[in-house]
Design a protein around this ligand. Structure first.
Ligand code: NAD
Length: 499
């Protein structure tokens, strides 16, 4: 392993390879797998492959804690009082958590420590959701007809045992956006991080393990597709909350029918950024969009607008500023403050991105710059030079499939109607952004695009507002009340007032 990474890793006391089930750490006697660091393709940790057996144990513990334990019925204030010190501890350990996240997925430490994907952000998300504990209320209804004298009211019951399956790109935030609302609602959880990023989540679970949370409320299994599938299909799980690819999301839908599992699916995207001549600055729009594809996680973010729809009158100016932006990109040691970008998470993902780039060239698109693998970066690692495709036909694979990498496709348009049509010409509908100073235009276009979220002159998800996708980008929303809604079931009670 890279000497710097090795010495940082050695100083951290996290103990990989264990499962946390029913309030106990379990030294796993079954299969194991290696986590590979994308900065140097060396082993950074060895973890338990929980498989069906580990998942059975974890679901049984979560089931027991839900069916027989105090958590679902605990007074709201007590639930909140148990969560609050956990959140404070995460704030205290935010630097360590940021370090682990960087060791996990190569996110430059400057982002892991200070951006919206930081340890602090993880605590902020948990804090927001803990605030809901004593605000989850039902409704009362006026008498509807004279034929009965029944008073109707509703409760919000926790949905039950939750299987939470995470993607790899922002493990700290992803943990919080799933565990936070589940616990606030009174659910119990079996959580599985991505097989690519176990370190930061293991540390978070250690913090939960040291708290006053009753045994079995949070359970933690590690593993890959086999373990994920065991959790998604388990008859003891009432709800699956999943973040990942649309392909795996579709598999989860197909196995969830047996016991009518509730589903929240946060899946992929092919979002459009639309730049109008009325944009405040074409340079700023180009720098933002190319920057989202080239810095931070190198385009490996679900909401990244990877299709730039640019008015023909400003197209060349946009391309010029995008090509200037990539000159700022620096690859290398993620703990060096000069490093701007993360490596591609795995060799398999490098191959997938390269294959999609090749398909673009074969189908007649033109690379303005980038797209080649950079194998001369000290320390090795998976690096692809940020790329901009021109002469893109909307029917090409590069305009339709998610890269989840550092590639932007620029497509010109001539009218607002054409921009809307191009933006909607996608099987995905996750996010997007409109660059214009004409607020009426911004609102018109925002309302016309089929997407779960969209920004006018900027977009980022936050803990207290809903985020999620339409079409192939998923089911349900995360953030704010929408999360609580998704982790609770409405129970209607009728009281006969005639006694
Ligand atoms: P992935 O679908 O390959 O894996 C996600 C998780 O699913 C992992 O934990 C994996 O082990 C597990 N898994 C794999 N096969 C499974 C199966 N058959 N049953 C159950 N679980 C299984 O995705 P990834 O590469 O980790 O993440 C990248 C994808 O996630 C991209 O498509 C990206 O757009 C999406 N993403 C979406 C959001 C969002 O909020 N919408 C956020 C981040 C990432």
């Amino acid at each position: 392993m890279n000497a710097n990474l090795n010495s940082i890793r050695a100083k951290l006391e996290i103990r990989p390879g264990r499962l946390f089930i029913g309030g106990q750490w379990l030294d796993w006697d079954g299969a194991r797998f290696d986590q590979i660091n994308p900065n140097d393709n060396q082993i950074i940790g060895t973890f338990a492959e929980a498989g069906q057996r580990g998942v059975d144990l974890a679901v049984a513990a979560a089931r027991h804690a839900f069916d027989d334990g105090p958590w679902p019925t605990l007074p709201a204030q007590d639930r909140k009082r148990i969560l609050q010190p956990i959140i404070e501890r995460i704030y205290e350990l935010e630097a360590e958590l940021a370090t682990l996240q960087t060791l996990d997925n190569g996110m430059p430490y400057s982002f892991s420590r200070h951006s919206r994907a930081s340890g602090k952000s993880c605590a902020d998300i948990l804090d927001h959701h803990a605030g809901w504990c004593d605000k989850i209320t039902g409704e009362t209804f006026p008498r509807h007809s004279s034929s009965s004298n029944l008073q109707y009211l509703t409760y919000r019951d926790p949905v039950g045992v939750v299987g939470a399956i995470l993607a790899w790109n922002v493990p700290l935030n992803m943990f919080a956006i799933k565990v936070g609302p589940a616990l606030a609602s009174g659910c119990t959880v079996v959580l599985k991080p991505s097989e690519y990023t176990n370190l930061a989540v293991t540390r978070l679970v250690e913090i939960f393990a040291e708290s006053d949370l009753p045994p079995g409320v949070v359970n933690f299994v590690t593993g890959g597709a086999e373990t994920g599938a065991a959790l998604a299909g388990h008859p003891g799980v009432d709800k699956v909350t999943f973040t990942g690819s649309a392909a795996v999301g579709e598999r989860i839908v197909s196995v969830s029918g047996a016991n009518m599992k509730r589903l929240s699916l946060e899946l992929g995207g092919k979002s459009a950024g639309i730049v109008f001549p009325e944009a405040r600055s074409v340079a700023s729009a180009a720098t933002t969009m190319m920057g989202l594809c080239s810095t931070f996680l190198s385009g490996q973010v679900c909401t990244t607008p990877s299709r730039a729809l640019v008015h023909r009158s400003i197209f060349d100016e946009f391309v010029h500023h995008a090509s200037e932006q990539v000159k700022q990109v620096r690859f290398g040691d993620p703990f060096d403050p000069a490093t701007t970008s993360a490596p591609i998470i795995s060799r398999a993902q490098v191959e997938r991105i390269r294959n999609l780039i090749d398909s673009g060239i074969e189908q007649g698109a033109r690379l303005a710059f980038g797209g080649e693998e950079c194998d001369d970066i000290p320390g090795g690692g998976n690096w692809i030079a940020p790329a901009l495709f021109l002469d893109v036909d909307p029917g090409m694979r590069i305009a339709r499939e998610e890269f989840f990498g550092p590639v932007l496709c620029a497509i010109p348009f001539d009218s607002e109607e054409e921009a809307i049509r191009l933006a909607n010409d996608s099987e995905y509908g996750l996010a997007g952004c409109i660059f214009t100073t004409d607020i009426a235009q911004g609102m018109r276009v925002a309302r016309s695009i089929r997407t779960g979220a969209i920004g006018i002159n900027g977009y980022a998800s936050v803990a207290n507002a809903p985020m999620g996708g339409v079409k192939r980008s998923g089911l349900g929303r995360e953030g704010g009340w929408a999360s609580i809604d998704a982790f609770t079931e409405i129970k209607t009670v009728a009281i006969n007032l005639d006694g």
